[in-house]
Design a protein around this ligand. Structure first.
Ligand code: APR
Ligand code: PHB
Length: 391
């Protein structure tokens, strides 16, 4: 087994791991990124499409946003549709910032293309040891089948919900907070021009639907379905028929454009947080530490906020030996994590009919009427949706 040395070992080359790598390199801190999947797999994984201004500003400051600025769509509002009536939430007017529509898998491609440091794809048998010591080790087998050992000062667990990092923390250390929802999202990517200039979040008696987009020719849409939904029971025509029904409105001129479906999938919905987000010299970031329902479009943005906190703490520690930022990492991140968890739960609860409780339906309609008639309520939604400034 060959042993190498680095300052920060990063497990996972998703948004969290890649943004952290670029942040550390920009501050002169050495790191190595280890990724289980192949580069093509990582780059092809379809993700959400909304970026908060904090994420865009950070990528821009790192010189990683040239293509993003060329190709993105900038939105200043979203539409809430309920009782066949459309209501615009003017995000920029209320919260002072815009949102960016740019495929998050495009962000991952940009981050990988711009990375010139050590990044190993297709590694296997990753295991972490010595987490309580000053020199934790990431052991793994590289793509060529060679057993390797990476001795680090710190390990960043950026390996997502199903990764090895969180599982490497001894039993009894972490507290898990979880909420499962009685629905999932059936998502499609279609070669069809968007039928709206902005995103549409639709609440209807048939269920929730979301109209989003990726470009002037590609639409991204979602339907609330049962958690155990069988994708095979959704032929194209049923998908389009259900989307048209749920996006229907009083305005007879509005039509949903359809076209060939390029990709389809069903994704479960959950709220999940572990605390603390650190153990010894292991720091968890992104989906390794928390999962939010996609209704708030927060997953990637929250991951980026985590690694910004971690990079700042590591920079201070290496520069001055001051561990205060590292010791407070979890507490600092969890403040934002719980704000985002609450907002994502609130958007999900407001927009997804459960179908069997008239009390819930009355609450949802009351909340929707309030947030589309009160400037104060709409401003609260807007400032959460566009995202709060990074720490
Ligand atoms: N060893 C190495 N890599 C691993 C391992 C492992 N044992 N387990 C998982 N990985 C890799 C995965 O293959 C994946 O590429 O870690 C990466 C984790 O990336 P994400 O799951 O995208 O998580 P994160 O980087 O935290 O991104 C969070 O981005 O697009 C959004 O909705 C998405 O909420 C998610 C957010
Ligand atoms: C997307 O475009 O994929 C998207 C947009 C908004 C959401 C979730 C997903 O809330």
């Amino acid at each position: 087994m060959s042993e190498e040395r680095t300052q920060v070992g990063i497990v996972g080359a998703g948004p969290a791991g890649l943004v952290l790598a670029h942040l550390l390199r920009s501050r002169g801190i050495d790191c190595v990124v280890l990724e289980r999947q192949s580069r093509s797999y990582v780059e092809a994984r379809i993700r959400a499409g909304v970026l908060e201004h904090g994420t865009v500003d950070l990528l821009t400051s790192l010189g990683l946003a040239d293509r993003l600025h060329r190709e993105r769509m900038v939105h200043h509002g979203i539409e809430l549709l309920f009782e066949r009536s459309a209501h615009r939430i003017p995000l920029t007017e209320l919260a002072g910032r815009e949102i960016t529509i740019y495929g998050q898998h495009e962000v991952v491609k940009d981050l990988i293309a711009a990375w010139d440091g050590p990044l190993e794809f297709s590694v296997s048998s990753v295991s972490l040891s010595g987490l309580s010591s000053s020199a934790p080790i990431v052991s793994y087998v590289d793509a060529a089948g060679t057993a390797r050992s990476l001795r680090c000062d710190v390990i960043a667990g950026c390996d997502g919900f199903h990764g090895v990092s969180r599982a490497s923390v001894p039993d009894g250390v972490l507290t898990v907070h979880q909420r499962d929802y009685p629905h999932a999202w059936l998502g499609i990517l279609a070669e069809a021009p968007p039928s709206s200039e902005e995103l549409i979040y639709a609440h209807s008696a048939r269920g929730f639907a979301l109209h989003s987009m990726r470009s002037p020719t590609v639409t991204r849409m979602y339907l609330q379905v049962r958690p155990d939904e069988d994708l095979a029971s959704w032929p194209d025509e049923r998908i389009w028929s259900e989307l048209r029904a749920r996006l229907d409105r009083a305005d007879p001129s509005w039509k949903l454009a359809d076209g060939p479906i390029l990709e389809r999938s069903v994704a479960a919905m959950r709220s999940f947080v572990v605390s603390p987000m650190q153990y010894g010299q292991l720091f968890l970031a992104g989906d390794a530490a928390h999962i939010v329902p996609p209704t708030g479009a927060k997953g990637l943005n929250l991951a980026v906020a985590d690694v910004k906190v971690l990079a700042d703490a590591l920079t201070s520690w290496y520069a001055t030996g001051d561990r205060a930022g590292l010791d407070a990492y979890s507490e600092t991140c969890l403040r934002r994590v719980w704000r985002v968890q609450h907002f994502s739960w609130w958007m999900t609860s407001m927009l997804h009919p459960t179908g069997d409780d008239p009390f819930d339906l009355a609450l949802q309609l009351s909340q929707l009427r309030y947030v589309t008639s009160s400037r104060a309520a709409a401003t609260s939604l807007a400032e959460n949706y566009v995202g709060f400034p990074f720490p």
